[in-house]
Design a protein around this ligand. Structure first.
Ligand code: AMP
Length: 524
């Protein structure tokens, strides 16, 4: 079949420009089959899972159908099962529609309803929401449906599983009859089929070819780095990779402690997991990994055994696995439930032949990739900042902040004001050289210049504390930046921590007032 491009689909210049900026070169299989009928205004049932590009498959037609400047009441409504998906879909629609001036807003439970009133009142084209909250807004008349021309039920089977079937039906009965309806679902259980029969007109059913998924389930990549550069290389990868949850495997408990501490110091939401920690702490760590509070989990093979977490987007072999079987076990943590996953292996030049052996034994292909350059990291940071700002604009409620802009506008240009605000939010965007880091760590003086003092902390390994916990408590409770914390030595019942002399008193005072699960921390 001829490989269609987005240009063949008759899309507007504005949308084509946005897609190009997003790096979408050609339509995915579901987009190829869903876009033509959807753009022609037909009802469409798309059988597709997350990861197939389904959001753009319904998002592009909504954006093309929305009339610019006609923003008093929304023209499209997208129903989704969860708050996370609402934000994700809203962000993607805002990005695709940005040159057409399309405004999308996400409404979901858990966020103050008043914040959402303001966003809706300011005028939006596309509302993306969870059924419960959408109904809430309908009852309060803060969401007016009379201009709705397109309705999308995204992940309809998930909405059914979550008990939203009646809400979906109520909403569908309230939107104007002269509309087009699109339904996307991974499966078609009977209640969803019935719903489509009742509320859709002559729908065309399309599906992503199951034998030809967009991404192979697990894509395996390796990066060749010197052992001493592994941590910095991992941090660069974490900056450029689009991840949800990352599971990093280390060979030893000490590596787990050291790496999780380093990642925390650098500001990543990371935690360590190994057999030395008490069960209570391990359960808490797992809970935080599962609910997304700590998206990076550093673990030993033993600790990760039996760990069943959905949606691990990346597995990292920070240390090369002992054998092929362990490798298969590790990478099997990602790519679950039909989702795609990435398995990253960091190898030193000496370890490369062992990796090739694992590749042969597991009959897989592990492709080599270069470590992201400083420019790659800068670009990723810029994109992250752009996405975060687009999401903040889409969600609205900026009245207070606009007052600050007004106060400055007579003295400075809007461009300068915005750039300064972004700098405060995103920092200076400086990326360290890997070679620079290597030189600096060889000289070994992590604490930023000046005198350091060694503090004794009356808690140790047997109390269930880890290096990463210590860094976290000192940074948070001691109120000093993680990067100012120097060497940490952990013993069974006590530990030593280096901090800059001028901050020592502050750390001692604040730490002595705080507790580590159930225990008072004694620092001297
Ligand atoms: P979705 O299934 O909508 O969650 O999309 C999965 C991922 O694929 C998202 O990160 C999209 O931004 C991305 N994506 C969607 N369409 C395309 C495309 N045509 N080319 C490249 N990436 C895409």
């Amino acid at each position: 079949m001829k490989q269609k491009t987005f240009n063949d689909l008759g899309l507007s210049e504005e949308v084509l420009k946005a897609l190009a900026e997003m790096g979408f070169e050609s339509p995915t299989p579901i987009q190829r089959v869903a876009l033509p009928p959807a753009l022609a205004g037909h009802d469409v049932i798309g059988l597709a899972q997350t990861g197939t590009g389904k959001t753009a498959a319904f998002g592009i037609p909504l954006i093309e159908a929305a009339k610019e400047g006609n923003r008093k009441d929304p023209s499209a409504l997208v129903l989704v099962p969860t708050r996370e998906l609402a934000i994700q879909v809203c962000t993607e629609i805002s990005r695709i529609g940005r040159h057409k001036g399309i405004v999308a807003a996400a409404v979901y439970g858990g966020q103050p309803i008043t914040t959402q009133f303001r966003a809706l009142k300011a005028g939006v084209d596309v509302v993306v929401g969870t059924p419960g909250r959408v109904m809430d807004h309908m009852r309060r008349k803060t969401l007016v449906l009379r201009n709705i021309r397109s309705v999308v039920l995204d992940e309809a089977d998930e909405m059914l599983n979550m008990g939203f079937i009646e809400d979906m039906e109520t909403i569908l009965a309230e939107v104007p009859k002269e509309r087009r309806t699109m339904l996307f679902s991974a499966t078609m259980p009977a209640p969803i089929l019935r719903l489509s029969g009742k509320y859709m007109t002559d729908p065309e059913t399309v599906r992503a070819d199951a034998n030809n998924p967009v991404v192979a389930k697990i894509s395996q990549v390796f990066y060749e780095v010197r052992s001493e550069d592994r941590t910095r290389a991992l941090m660069r990868l974490l900056e450029v990779e689009d991840f949800s949850r990352v599971l990093v495997f280390c060979a030893t408990r000490k590596d787990v402690d050291d790496l999780s501490a380093e990642l925390q110091k650098a500001g990543y939401g990371a935690a360590g997991l190994h057999g030395d920690y008490p069960q209570e702490l391990r359960d808490e760590t797992m809970k935080r990994f599962r609910n997304g509070n700590t998206p990076v989990l550093v673990a030993t093979d033993v600790a990760a055994r039996g760990l069943d977490v959905q949606d691990v987007s990346h597995v990292v072999n920070y240390s090369l696995p002992q054998n092929a079987e362990t490798h298969v076990h590790r990478i099997g943590r990602t790519g679950r439930a039909g989702k795609s996953g990435v398995a990253i292996t960091l190898v030193s030049p000496r370890e490369k032949s062992r990796l090739r052996l694992i590749e042969r034994l597991t009959r897989s292909t592990i492709r080599q990739a270069p470590i992201p350059t400083k420019d790659d990291v800068k670009r990723a940071r810029q994109q992250g900042t752009i996405d975060a700002l687009a999401a903040a604009i889409a969600t609205g409620s900026l009245d207070q902040h606009k007052k600050v802009v007004d106060a400055l506008a007579s003295r400075y240009s809007l461009e300068d004001i915005a750039a300064a605000a972004i700098r405060l939010m995103a920092g200076d965007m400086v990326v360290e050289d890997i070679a620079e880091v290597r030189q600096r760590t060889r000289g070994e003086r992590p604490v930023s210049g000046g005198q350091v003092v060694k503090l004794r902390v009356g808690l140790g390994r047997k109390d269930g504390i880890s290096v990463s916990d210590l860094v976290k408590s000192i940074a948070v409770q001691g109120r000093i930046p993680g990067r100012d914390i120097g060497k940490i030595a952990l013993f069974d019942r006590h530990s030593f921590v280096e901090v800059p002399a001028h901050l020592a008193r502050q750390v001692v005072t604040s730490m002595n007032q705080s507790r580590f699960p159930g225990k008072k921390i004694q620092v001297a």
